[in-house]
Design a protein around this ligand. Sequence first.
Ligand SMILES: NC(=O)c1ccc[n+]([C@@H]2O[C@H](COP(=O)([O-])OP(=O)(O)OC[C@H]3O[C@@H](n4cnc5c(N)ncnc54)[C@H](OP(=O)(O)O)[C@@H]3O)[C@@H](O)[C@H]2O)c1
Length: 276
Amino acid sequence: MEKVAIVTGSSSGIGYETSLALAREGFYTFATVRNSKKAEKILQIAKKENLNIEIIELDVDDEKSISVAIEKIISKKQRIDVLVNNAGWGLFGSVEDVSMKDFRAQFETNFFGIISIIQKVAPVMRKQGSGVIVNVSSVAGRIGFPGSPAYISSKFALEGLSESLRYELGQFGVKTIIIEPGVIKTNFFSSMKIAEPKPDSPYKEITEKVIMGIKMMAELGTHPSEVATTILNAIKEENPRPRYIVGNDAQMFLEAKKTKTDAEFENYLKKELFSS
Ligand SMILES: NC(=O)c1ccc[n+]([C@@H]2O[C@H](COP(=O)([O-])OP(=O)(O)OC[C@H]3O[C@@H](n4cnc5c(N)ncnc54)[C@H](OP(=O)(O)O)[C@@H]3O)[C@@H](O)[C@H]2O)c1
């Protein structure tokens, strides 16, 4: 039977590589993008390699767009085997400097949009008695640091949602997996939004330091195809783990988090990230 996959945010980076990886594995892949003009490259490759990739417009921030896209997919294929919630972006700036409007916009894409998609896809998977939901979180979904609290808390929220889903959907044969990449070399760093600090902001320096550090790490970042390979391997497992970490940086930080007390970890992170 033909297996069907949906990947959000397939225009670049992790979503682009994951759509290709799933299609190469034989999935009929709905590579969703918010603007189909950005799908030319993936379509060229699909044509060249004779892959089953279909582009569907889906803006995670737009409830109507989600409904139309998912309904189109269900009426065409009547099944969904894999959903990869990948679309996302990063908002930088301290809690006091980020406006409520921007904070909410960050959660709209990175959290609420995902809930809306899952609400439409989960009933299909439940009826099938099978399916895998892959939520692309981040190492920042498990480790808080200054300079990016909106992004970090949106990913922490996604982790909690995913843990709940494992129980709720697990009883119906539907699996939920969290992916935790470290720094990955994608457009994330050119697309990220930086809040304008207030004129008297005391957080300007620390935020700039964090952004500079992350951008420097991005130069040496892991290739997004490694995330795609991890996703592919995870969805093939009979009993997938809750979490899959990608990248040596993420491994290092999350191992330290696991083995240290909270106080030890805070000191460790301060030294690692802000000692210079
Ligand atoms: N890069 C990293 O270091 C890193 C690390 C950990 C986790 N992640 C996570 O990985 C995921 C993918 O990011 P990436 O690194 O591959 O960055 P990317 O190359 O910038 O890709 C982000 C994708 O999300 C899409 N997107 C953003 N807002 C959207 C919306 N409202 N509706 C639909 N699509 C939307 C973008 O579409 P457009 O082209 O239209 O903007 C793009 O396709 C994100 O969830 C990110 O938080 C990234």
